[in-house]
Design a protein around this ligand. Structure first.
Ligand SMILES: C[S@@+](CC[C@H](N)C(=O)[O-])C[C@H]1O[C@@H](n2cnc3c(N)ncnc32)[C@H](O)[C@@H]1O
Length: 205
């Protein structure tokens, strides 16, 4: 479907993760995680949008030859208006799919060749966290809604799921653009540090 003038194209031809629309910059973090954790680990990315970062992670895992389980979690209904300018960054994709971009996300995962490697959960972050046993996950990366309450809820839901030695991290650790992210991480995870480009990471020591 064609987008309206001024709206981003979302239904684009995809053969590899670089073709997928999104804001992903933390490939070095994915490489560090895949190098660090042993085979048999499970990684969860919360907030996938159209699968750009998720398919990159699946590629890093595939290239490593390590059997690591990759789980993507997204409501597929977008984050709504966000940030200082109230931009609805996912609105076009939601509208394109008649209220959900689940089809587009899954199609992109298929197109990149990772349908058998990536488990997609179409669901809310907090509800989905309850599906996992405590201390069962090597790495959880949070990139869902960016306001204080949402980031705090995500951290509260996922922190118990991280195994000893595991990592809980997230995106957009930028005080000027996303003060809610920085404040929630500071309040709930005082030992967290800036990581990669504009990410944060807490290690479950
Ligand atoms: C910034 S985008 C993710 C971008 C993606 N990681 C990338 O690099 O391309 C945020 C995503 O979080 C999802 N989201 C927002 N709130 C959520 C929630 N409570 N549970 C699960 N997903 C949520 C939105 O649907 C949206 O796709």
């Amino acid at each position: 479907m064609l987008s309206n003038p001024g709206e981003p194209e979302v239904d684009v031809p995809v053969r590899r993760w670089q073709d997928i629309p999104g804001w992903f910059t933390w490939r070095d973090a994915q490489e560090e995680a895949v190098a660090h954790f042993p085979e048999g680990s499970t990684f969860v990315e919360v907030g996938n949008y159209l699968g750009r970062s998720l398919c990159s992670l699946a590629e890093v895992v595939a290239d490593s030859g390590k059997p690591i389980t990759v789980v993507g979690v997204d409501t597929c209904r977008g984050s709504g208006p966000e940030g200082v300018r109230g931009i609805n960054a996912h609105g076009a994709a939601v509208a394109d799919g008649g209220g959900t971009f689940a089809g587009l996300l899954h199609r992109n995962v298929l197109a990149c060749g990772f349908a058998d490697q990536v488990l997609l959960v179409v669901g809310d972050s907090e509800s989905t966290a309850r599906l996992f046993a405590d201390a069962s996950l090597a790495w959880v990366h949070i990139d869902a809604r960016h306001d204080y309450d949402s980031v705090a809820a995500d951290i509260t839901a996922w922190r118990p799921k991280v195994a000893p030695g595991g990592w809980l991290s997230g995106d957009d650790y930028i005080p000027s653009a996303w003060p809610g992210v920085v404040a929630a991480v500071t309040d709930l995870l005082p030992r967290a540090h800036p990581w990669s480009k504009i990410q944060w990471r807490w290690i479950n020591e």
